[in-house]
Design a protein around this ligand. Sequence first.
Ligand code: BGC
Length: 745
Amino acid sequence: MKKTTGYAAAAAALIFAGCAGPGQEMFGDRPLSEVLDALTLEQKVNIVVGGVRGADNPPYPAPGMPVRGSDGVTANLASGRVKGASAYGYSVDSLGIPVVTYSDGPAGVRIDSVREGDTLTYYCTAFPTGSSLAASWDTAAVRAIASAIGNEAREYGVDVLLAPGINIQRNPLCGRNYEYYSEDPLLAGAIGSAYVCGVQSNNVGVSVKHFAVNNQETLRNGIDVSVSDRAMREIYFRAFERVVRNAAPWTIMSSYNKINGVLASENKWLLTDVLRGEWGYGGAVITDWWAEENGARQQAAGNDLLMPGSRHQYDEVWEGLENGSLTEAELDRNVANILRLTARTNAFAGYRYSDRPDLDAHAMTAREYGSAGMVLLENDGVLPLDAGVTVALFGNAAYDTFVGGTGSGNVNRRYKVNIDEGLEDAGYSLYEPVAVAYREYTVSKLAEMGGGNFWWMPDVPEMPLDGKSVSDALEKSDVAVFVLGRMAGEGADRLLAEGDYYLDRIERENMSAIVRAAHSHGKKAVLLLNMGGVVDLEDCPRFDAVLHVWLPGQEAGHCAADVVSGKVNPSGRLPMTWAAEYDDYPSSGDFPLSDGSDRQVVYSEDIYVGYRHFEKSGIKPLYPFGYGLSYTSFGYDGLEIRRRGGMYTASLTVTNTGQTAGREVVQLYVSTPGTLEDRPLKELKAFCKTPVLRPGESCMADMSFLMDDLAVWMDGGWHVEKGEYKVYAGSSSSDIRLTGTFRVR
Ligand code: BGC
């Protein structure tokens, strides 16, 4: 057995070496140490406790001291320009420390779109949400989207974007799964890295969140996650580790929850020993918003910035300094990290932001990539729909399409394109009586239910349909399309109940009536799923095609129509396993759906999350991890595995063997040598999305991974087992086309 050092801290140290330079570390044109020395203790304590403190909210004075000095006041007031930003840092004008502006979020910048007394507007583009990005398996697309988000942040004066959320989708009910990427850490880490690089290419920082094991919203402020070291290392930390190593995020956001009894934001082992010590992270750590337990403990643990900052945290930091639970050296370390972060920002560079990002160009980016993640789950050939046919379009979400989720992942967008509009723009006619009835119904229901708020968006109950009108509609239309929508978001988990995870009675009845009527008139019925995750489809009648469109951003209707019409050949693949039944999920017995009395959640499935569990237990899912159909077919040929130093590369030839141009996602899984017990049957180690291949065209798929990626966590360390490893190249985790082996000596 070989012991590895884990991911090389040296690599990350190199990435951050740019901050320091060969000689003295600078803060603009002054040595950073000089700036640090020039700060009073009071200013330092203000710096680590975030928040605008202007004239109405002055700098916190030292305990017992009157409010004094104007440092921070002017600039802080000016910073109020970015209305709706999530928080601001503390500024010290005399030392050239500007206000740093922090804002959500993952699917686009979340700031107020209108400002009192201002005729200008500040809309942001709503891009596809996390699960949709991950389903694209397309790091170039994610990078392009994130680059546009970063550009909007920069042009609106936001210095640090509070994204991406890369927590593992442990259970389908997590309310924030729509913001997160995958059940698999490699996919989450690869998509997360692309996102970070895209945003940061604008000189806008990110805050990769929520570190760590924040996989449920129930009791999120302080729920105690009991999880093994092995599961933490191999599943829950690995995406973070990858992003830290590959993309050097400017900040990491600690999570609200406890991990084995200790709050993440007060967890020195997590934030200092693992993140910085083992992974060599050189950026700043910030708390999640209002994660307030004890400011001094958070500071001592290595949580540099307490956001958005409160008076009691400020007092606790002082108390800590007085009673010795926080040393001045620790405080200085944290202030230095915040200064380093500040020195990288556009605010520090004096960037004159325009408040005028190119929203039209970004709308085209949202359109171009919004379909990249759409997953074709079933198709008997009805899709793509013939041009110009008449569609009987059912379902509220067709007329009021969900384009994003609730909470901090929401975006104040300029507009959205509903699916009905998208289909019409693509040249389809909608069967009018159905369209009129739904439009009237959704408009009146929405007016009744109200416009929604930060935590909640109206999720209109389905309109009961009568069999006769459904039958008439299908007689006079060419095809039926039903859109099933689900909303979810921050602050609450989804419900294991009808109308959420399960279909409700009206949905079941409507869908059955539609499929029956379509078939009795010799027509086809298509189901579109408009949600950030999965639903139970056991009671769903058999549609002739099923397309998952996710929450694809403001261009939703156009993107869905692009795939429905065949303008875009679907190339998304599931980033999570879709179980036939909820109980098949390994975490189903341990997901905190409690009434609030149980403040602990035990991750008893250990590393067997998602496909690792389904494969090991021999449970057949409804749709496996990595699954998705195409309008064409692909052949795989000639798998070869080469090793160069610590890197392995698997290569094979992919050929479009069908009649339509399209893209394939080649997935590479590896199993450890048989000598190791208690291991998943195989794990994703690399993947590759081909360019568009014309019929008959081939390309090479090269997929690389490091020796360190083979390491498993055993006896308190990473080990790479010697012996023969098996490689599986496939179109999904269960559709393996080629196998090979390589040996580690
Ligand atoms: C969320 C974070 C978000 C922050 C600021 C918190 O409630 O958990 O994801 O970035 O608020 O809005």
